[in-house]
Design a protein around this ligand. Structure first.
Ligand code: FES
Length: 276
């Protein structure tokens, strides 16, 4: 028993000694760098720092232009236009100017032509239709109606026996009545309803509009259909035996119900059948 106790105490002493020695050794190694670490620190001491590297790079940078040592200077020679040809921009510029010039020129020529025509005696001016005897002969040879394209008018005879009535009805249209007194009525070809060109009807001896059936007697007084009045007309005057039709002014046709000549349909109608 005593020997066992002695052995146990000896073992405890040995263990305590080992523990003390180990702790003492650990305290000695704390704060000491390893050889490897020291070697790395020594090599790092010779490397360049980040700021030093940046400073060096900035100093090395330069904004000066690199100038070659020798520069060969040659005199400028204008390019040969034939070699260059026409550039695309020049082509479009010239094409635009040409087209604009052509357009403006065409418009100007058309305007001048229109004004010139008016000045020379086209529609809208006074038109010399020729000798009154020739006009009367022309009306009769054309079955009662003579068309004058330049005046856009139908010319018919006005019966002398109806002048007394006409003087009252057309009192406010003296230039029109003057033509009637000369035996002539010049009627605008345009229908007073919606503007169709009104043809004559050889059988009825009236004007009969094919568009909506308006009918007018030979002197343009309304006989039927939707037209709001008789056919419009122009002033007619005599000048040295010539009939002059003034197409510059259009006189409105006589009101519905006007019937100075009393002419009824002389045969079958060309349009519709009723007269009002
Ligand atoms: S346009 Fe002549 S009747 Fe209508």
């Amino acid at each position: 028993m005593n020997s066992t106790l002695i052995i146990a105490l000896a073992a405890l002493v040995v263990l305590a000694g080992v523990v003390v020695l180990t702790a003492a050794r650990r305290r000695e190694t704390t704060g000491v760098l390893s050889r490897e670490t020291r070697s790395r620190d020594e090599s790092a001491a010779h490397t360049v720092s980040g700021k030093e590297f940046e400073r060096a790079a900035t100093a090395a940078r330069s904004t000066a232009l690199a100038v070659p040592k020798t520069v060969a200077v040659t005199a400028w020679v204008p390019p040969d236009p034939e070699v260059i040809g026409v550039s695309r921009r020049q082509f479009f510029n010239r094409a635009t100017i040409t087209l604009m010039t052509a357009g403006i020129g065409g418009f100007g020529a058309a305007s001048l032509g229109f004004l010139w025509k008016g000045a020379e005696g086209g529609f809208g001016s006074k038109i010399n239709a020729g000798k009154i005897d020739d006009i009367i002969a022309g009306i009769r040879s054309n079955n009662g109606f003579l068309y004058l394209p330049e005046a856009r008018a139908w010319v018919t005879e006005y019966p002398k026996e109806s002048l007394a009535k006409a003087e009252v009805i057309y009192a406010s249209q003296a230039p029109v009545f003057a033509g009637m007194s000369s035996g002539i009525v010049a009627l605008y070809q345009k229908c007073p309803h919606l503007g169709c060109r009104v043809p004559t009807c050889a059988t009825s001896q009236w004007f009969e509009c094919p568009c909506h059936g308006s009918q007018f007697n030979r002197v343009g007084e309304k006989k039927g259909g939707p037209a709001p009045r008789g056919m419009d007309r122009f002033a007619v005057s005599l000048n040295n035996g010539n009939i002059v039709i003034d197409t510059g002014t259009i006189f409105g046709g006589p009101s519905i119900g006007t019937n100075t000549t009393g002419q009824e349909a002389e045969g079958p109608h060309c349009v519709g059948g009723e007269s009002h």
